[in-house]
Design a protein around this ligand. Structure first.
Ligand SMILES: Cc1cc2nc3c(=O)[nH]c(=O)nc-3n(C[C@H](O)[C@H](O)[C@H](O)COP(=O)(O)OP(=O)(O)OC[C@H]3O[C@@H](n4cnc5c(N)ncnc54)[C@H](O)[C@@H]3O)c2cc1C
Length: 512
């Protein structure tokens, strides 16, 4: 059932066994797992069915992108353009690019400070498989460096074990396309007798018990200022990578809670993703790849149709260990992204690759962009400002750092990749970006990770390995805020996998 709080009397008590805060990709994934089960579910969503300016404004705040060696950039607008505050969340806008984290991303890498997940890729693989099924894409269980894929051969970098081909795919389950896949995803479960989705239900308060060890209830405000209380035995916070931290920080201020108090990690370690590339000009060439012995077809790297997995090049754990670098990928550019059609782009790419050396005055080589892992850094963080939103909740300030260590890592990674390609005779890399030009070469993605990081030790993390808050027995957090490191994978598939894992944990603990 879908209930709009504008139709509820002031003071209505919302009661359910499990209360989910946030109706985005994560909250909806969780709720779907409980449809037709014995437990009752209340899903509280701040927005309505469509975007509304008043609701979207609750996301407004201040932001700075601090890139070492460049002047700080004001990114206030990023806070409202990189996330959507209505039912379906940013799933209404997402590109649908679905990518699992690599095995290397989960590893404790001694040369990367604060790295290591409390689980491996193999541990998460069954949940990735289920997440792929939900998103109606094929499972990421093949080796993309192996010569298969329906006649689409991977590039051979002379058998290098340091550079490999990594898979990506696009789902149709997104509000961006004009299909019913997303409608089914967000509404297909809401008729179940045990599910109540509340729209225009803004959670503003986390009322704790007197010992401050568990949540007693949530304070909820409707768009017209009507107030409600929501009570359950178990609560799940699923409001996105920035808002999860904002709400817990606000609860520490407003409700005398102590989330993250033992680690001081709440709001810190914010990580984002950004592409880095430079367009060629008449005088200079841009970021380019030239392959000396290209395979007959590059379609494994160029095809980007939904449901047909494609690949990028990236460093393996062995490569990262050898070069003391973090995750790094190179995506071959479709010139479609620069205004050509699919077919033209493929033809252009193929003809460039068939030709010889990279020089500034010819048009050879394949445009590409680079991505490096944004390293976990406690100074890159979400804090609260003095300003408050219309419901009195402090607005957010985001300081996103891409520090000297990130730039060192980027340059080391490009160098490593170029060495692997060059020494094997497979090709050449052009990376004509000076250190001070990096800020201008960045294309920030709308991925927000790390602000409620997961760690078994309350002195280090905000949530434990089951995603339970270290500082509240009955509150769990799901979403990219729990990622200890960000890899280079677009985060939503991993958000879904972690949420499915959380759901199984709760079904085991509470009974379904
Ligand atoms: C333009 C764009 C393109 C993207 N492309 C990709 C892509 O190709 N691949 C990829 O993996 N990711 C992509 N992303 C990121 C992706 O959309 C997010 O990772 C994903 O949607 C996060 O899901 P979530 O449920 O954790 O958070 P959200 O989708 O942000 O959902 C949070 C929900 O909580 C609600 N909420 C917030 N505060 C409150 C409150 N106080 N009370 C009640 N409810 C509240 C919000 O209204 C929202 O519905 C993109 C994002 C954008 C904006």
């Amino acid at each position: 059932m879908i209930i709009d709080t504008t139709n509820l009397p002031d003071g209505t008590a919302i009661e359910a066994d499990i209360v989910i805060i946030g109706g985005g990709m994560a909250g909806i994934t969780l709720a779907r797992q409980w449809a037709e089960k014995a437990k009752t579910i209340a899903l509280l969503e701040s927005g309505g069915r469509e975007m509304e300016d008043d609701a979207q404004d609750l996301y407004a705040g201040t932001g700075t992108l601090a890139v070492d060696g460049s002047p700080d950039t004001d990114i206030d607008e990023y806070l409202t353009t990189s996330r959507a505050r209505f039912y379906g969340g940013s799933g209404n806008w997402w590109g649908g690019k679905s990518v699992p984290l690599d095995p290397a991303d989960f590893a404790k890498r001694p040369w990367i400070k604060n790295s290591g997940w409390p689980m491996s890729r193999a541990d998460l693989q069954p949940y990735y498989d289920r997440a792929c099924d939900m998103l109606e894409i094929s499972r990421f269980d093949k080796d993309y460096a192996a010569p298969q894929h329906d006649g689409r051969p991977p590039l051979d970098i002379n058998g290098s074990r340091r550079v490999t081909s990594l898979p990506r795919d696009y789902t149709r389950v997104t509000g961006r396309t004009n299909t019913d896949h997303f409608e089914n995803f967000i509404y297909g479960f809401t008729d179940a007798a045990n599910i109540s989705v509340y729209l225009h239900a803004n959670v503003v308060d986390f009322n704790m018990n007197t010992a401050r060890t568990a949540l007693n209830s949530l304070g909820v405000v409707g768009t017209d200022g009507r107030r409600f209380a929501a009570r359950g035995t178990t609560y799940i916070l699923a409001c996105g990578g920035i808002e999860n931290a904002r709400l817990l920080l606000a609860a520490n201020d407003r409700n005398n809670a102590r989330f993250g108090s033992r680690s001081g990690a709440l709001g810190r370690y914010f990580q984002g993703h950004t592409t880095i590339d430079k367009e060629r000009s008449a005088k200079e060439h841009g970021t380019l790849l030239h392959f000396s012995n290209p395979p007959g077809s590059l379609s494994l790297y160029a095809d980007r149709a939904p449901g047909a997995p494609h690949a990028v090049l990236g460093t393996t754990l062995e490569g990262q260990s050898h070069y003391r670098s973090g995750a790094f990928t190179v995506t071959l550019g479709l010139d479609e992204e620069r205004g050509e059609t699919d077919e033209q782009a493929l033809r252009t790419t193929a003809s460039r690759i068939d030709q010889a050396a990279l020089t500034a005055d010819n048009d050879q080589g394949c445009w590409c962009y680079f991505m490096t892992e944004n390293l976990p850094n406690p100074q890159s963080r979400v804090t609260l400002t003095e300003a408050v939103d219309t419901h009195g909740v402090p607005r957010v300030n985001l300081r996103w750092e891409y520090g000297a260590a990130d730039i060192d890592n980027l340059e080391r990674s490009v160098d490593a990749f170029a060495r692997e390609l060059g020494s094997s005779g497979a090709g050449r890399v052009s990376y004509p970006i000076e250190r001070g030009e990096i800020a201008g070469a960045m294309g920030p993605s709308r991925h927000h990770m790390g602000t409620t990081r997961m760690h078994a030790d309350p002195a280090v993390g905000v949530v434990d390995t089951d995603l339970k808050c270290h500082d509240a027995n009955n509150l769990y957090v799901t979403g990219s805020s729990v990622f200890p490191t960000s890899g280079i994978a677009n985060p939503t598939l991993t958000i879904l996998a972690l949420t499915l894992r959380l759901s199984d944990h709760l079904q085991e603990k509470l009974g379904a």
